[in-house]
Design a protein around this ligand. Structure first.
Ligand code: DGL
Length: 268
């Protein structure tokens, strides 16, 4: 059995593209439908109830497009809304926190793990919970980096300002001796060269979204719903609530595509 319906991805903005990039690599047969709520991004500083509401609206939008699975390509949405929404859906829903936590536990040698994320993700304590559930003695240091997402959304991720913002935020890890750092926000892999430079070669970086794609791949097999071949007619579709132009620029840059189909939408 196979299923050629699209897989839905959602994020507050362009961050989920880092997950899509990995999905296109690992799962080239699959069609991607992506919703980015760029108009209301960032979600990180918003109240929990509002993040839940916005995430629910994106989920509804994807369900109407008959997706076969939904990936919360957003740590903030995963942290506050995944469990509630998952219970109500009949299709598989994948978040990015458990895969990120699992990868960190696999890589750490000294049991000192750093996590960077939005205020919403860090305050939720979901990374600490996910890591301690498996390994209670591991030290987890969470640091919120609220300035990172606006830098990425405005395509400033290679700028001098970005470098100083990253350096300032990561200085918090001085003396903590973490050997593994989870990029617990899907926007952050766009800042990876700067994060790597500041943390040093000895610290291993984990891309929570990329890790989640391995889980997606496994679930496609488990439910027997993987697409069976590359469909030349298929087209990835990107749905945006904010500026089409900025999204197109960032996605063409990041995904290395020649063209992209971006549609402006309204939520709910
Ligand atoms: N990309 C998101 C995440 O992984 C959300 C960023 C935001 O909107 O604050 O957390």
């Amino acid at each position: 059995m196979s299923n050629n319906s699209p897989i839905g991805f959602l994020d507050s903005g362009v961050g989920g593209l880092t997950v899509v990039k990995e999905a296109m690599k690992q799962l080239p047969n699959e069609t991607v439908y992506y919703v980015g709520d760029t108009l209301r991004c960032p979600y990180g500083p918003r109240p929990v109830e509002q993040i839940k509401q916005f995430t629910w609206e994106m989920t509804q939008y994807l369900l109407k497009k008959n997706v076969k699975m939904i990936v919360f390509a957003c740590n903030t949405a995963t942290a506050v809304a995944l469990e509630d929404i998952k219970k109500t859906l009949r299709i598989p829903v994948v978040g990015v926190i458990n895969p990120g936590a699992r990868a960190a536990l696999k890589l750490t040698n000294n049991n000192k793990i750093g996590v960077i994320g939005t205020v919403g993700t860090i305050n939720s304590g979901e990374y600490v919970n996910a890591i301690h559930k498996k390994s209670p003695k591991t030290d987890v240091y969470g640091v919120a980096c609220p300035k990172f997402v606006p830098i990425v959304e405005s395509k400033e991720y290679e700028s001098v300002i970005a470098e100083s913002v990253v350096n300032e935020a990561l200085a918090t890890f001085n003396g903590k001796n973490v050997d593994t750092l989870v990029m617990g926000c899907t926007h952050y892999p766009l800042l990876k060269p700067l994060i790597k430079k500041e943390m040093g070669e000895h610290v291993q970086l984990i891309d929570s979204g990329a890790e989640a794609v391995s889980e997606v791949s496994m679930l496609l097999d488990y439910y027997n719903i993987a697409a069976d071949a590359i469909d030349e007619e298929k087209q990835h579709e990107f749905f945006m609530t904010g500026s089409k132009k900025m999204f197109e620029d960032i996605s063409l840059d990041w995904l290395n595509l020649e063209s992209i189909s971006v549609n402006k939408i309204m939520l709910p």
